[in-house]
Design a protein around this ligand. Structure first.
Ligand SMILES: [Zn+2]
Length: 220
């Protein structure tokens, strides 16, 4: 297989990526809240899911373990078996300025023992929710990968879409624009993207100057 002639699904993130001789091309994983996959996606360099699902199945197992562990921790916080180290007071403190001279803020945090009962309850609620969100995302991603693997594994890799060079025009050329016959009188503009095509209508000599993109879209 030559470099970049096919695309396949990444075993970790499930997105379609370019396939190289050394596996799925290096790509980032940018979904927020996924510490597990931050930075370069762990699926980079693995065989595409179409060919192999070993790594996907490993990840599904790990995500299941992570979801169970996050749920356990959430329940321990909820039941008072685990106590947050510190507690947000809700008061915002200015920490300085960023490089655009905008104020930066952070929530004031105090030791658990010095917080009020209401502040403690709010903090417990926050950490329980964070762990439950993580558990839910882990389960959802595991489910997504499992379904994807079942539908994609064993299928052929998709050939990479071939880019077709845009239609160009030459002076003196005859063409049909919006169903009427024209001659290309002149082409104006530096870059092919921003060119204007001066068209002369054959029936009455009337000239119009649509953009090259517009002509491409309406010629037959
Ligand atoms: Zn990936």
């Amino acid at each position: 297989m030559k470099r970049g002639t096919h695309t396949g699904h990444c075993q970790a993130c499930g997105r379609r990526q370019m396939v190289t001789p050394s596996g799925i091309a290096k790509h980032g994983y940018t979904v927020k809240g996924w510490g597990y996959f931050a930075g370069t996606c762990h699926g980079s360099g693995h065989k595409p899911l179409e060919i192999e699902r070993t790594y996907t199945d490993e990840i599904i197992v790990k995500l299941g373990e992570r979801a169970r562990s996050m749920t356990t921790i959430a329940n321990e916080y909820r039941g008072g078996k685990r106590i947050p180290l510190d507690v947000g007071t809700g008061k915002m403190l200015e920490t300085g300025r960023d490089r655009y001279n905008r104020r930066e803020w952070t929530e004031e945090r105090i030791a658990w023992s010095t917080a009020t009962v209401a502040q403690q309850a709010k903090e417990v609620e926050r950490v329980v929710r964070a762990h439950e969100d993580d558990a839910r995302r882990s389960r959802q991603h595991a489910e997504f990968l499992g379904k994807l693997a079942d539908s994609v594994h064993g299928k052929a890799l998709a050939p990479r879409a071939v880019k077709i060079a845009p239609r160009t025009f030459t002076e003196g050329e005859r063409l049909k624009y919006y169903g009427e016959e024209y001659i290309v009188a002149r082409i104006q503009g530096w870059s092919p993207r921003q060119q204007y095509v001066h068209l002369r209508r054959i029936s009455d000599g009337r000239e119009i100057s649509p953009s090259v993109q517009r002509v491409r879209n309406h010629i037959s």
